[in-house]
Ligand binder design. Structure first.
Ligand code: ATP
Length: 277
């Protein structure tokens, strides 16, 4: 796909952002490799908190651990937000889960029902991925912790978009009767991100944990944790703790798993039954 969508209507976006507009500085590019890579470079050069970069066509979107995020031009929204925490803030444990809560809340404001969160932070509808999230630490500045939050959301996937066991995608167009415009989707996401980041600044992930658990796709379900460097770990998902660590009940007891190098998948038996992911 080479056609670019119409440029994002920035004045319309600003009016939809309402009271959070003064806290955000949105820039739009027609094409870039990855909005997070470009914004990270801007963060290193001193860009302020609240800088947002959205692009019409992202050619090399990134997921966790070198995976790719595919963003068909015109059929998806890809953007990143730079956020600087108050000086002296603790390391942002659980932040990527907090971002998942913000995305789910924004989708619900747009009328989506059934948005579920897969640990650590995928947003699923009916077991298919609607949005991907990547949170990366930016360099410290004035002792202030900073992150670049990248979000990709499928609006209308083209015919023939890959579909298989490793890529189960869905789009907003298939879950809403009227698809909102790109400024509407971006404004809803940014408003909820600012709200969640404020809550996170004052209360950490604990402030959002209840909302995360209420949307947990695998609560009390059998799952497998895949680690490139260790055998898979099987167990039952018992939610997350106040640091965002997954609580996995195994034969040896409840293990606390940090996101790091691990990927969660439904166990084979759950996949055959009513697999949500
Ligand atoms: P993990 O469980 O470790 O987070 P993941 O497969 O969800 O694994 P991510 O890094 O979150 O990995 O996201 C990248 C993955 O998302 C890709 O490997 C691909 O399977 C899937 N993917 C890429 N583009 C899209 C898209 N537009 N819609 C849905 N899924 C996509």
């Amino acid at each position: 796909m080479t056609d670019l969508p119409a440029p994002l209507d920035l004045p319309r976006l600003k009016s939809l952002l309402g009271d959070v507009a003064p806290r955000l500085d949105v820039d739009a590019l027609p094409v870039c490799d990855s909005t997070s890579s470009v914004l990270m470079a801007r963060a290193e050069a001193g860009a302020p908190s609240g800088s947002v970069l959205v692009c019409e066509r992202q050619t090399a979107g990134r997921g966790r651990r070198g995976r790719s995020w595919i963003a068909p031009a015109g059929g998806s929204l890809a953007f990143s937000l730079l956020w600087r925490f108050a000086p002296g803030s603790k390391p942002p444990m659980g932040l990527s889960l907090a971002v998942g809560v913000a995305v789910a809340r924004a989708l619900e404001k747009l009328g989506v029902t059934g948005a579920a969160l897969k640990w650590p932070n995928d947003v699923l509808i009916g077991g298919r991925k609607l949005a991907g999230i990547l949170v990366e630490l930016a360099p410290l500045r004035n002792r202030s912790m900073a992150v670049v939050i990248g979000i990709g959301i499928n609006l209308l996937l083209p015919e023939g978009f890959p579909d298989g066991p490793d890529m189960r995608a869905c789009d907003l167009a298939s879950v809403l009767s009227a698809t909102p415009s790109r400024p509407e989707v971006l404004a809803a996401l940014l408003r909820e991100l600012v709200r969640a980041l404020d809550a996170f600044q004052s209360g950490g992930f604990a402030a959002l944990r209840g909302d995360w658990l209420a949307r947990h796709a695998h609560q009390d379900r059998a799952v497998r944790l895949l680690d490139e460097h260790a055998p898979a770990l099987e167990g039952v998902c018992r939610g997350v703790d106040e640091d965002g660590a997954l609580l996995l009940e195994t034969e040896a007891g409840v293990c606390r798993i940090l996101a790091g190098e691990v990927s969660l998948r439904p166990s084979e038996s759950a996949r055959d039954a009513d697999d949500p992911a």
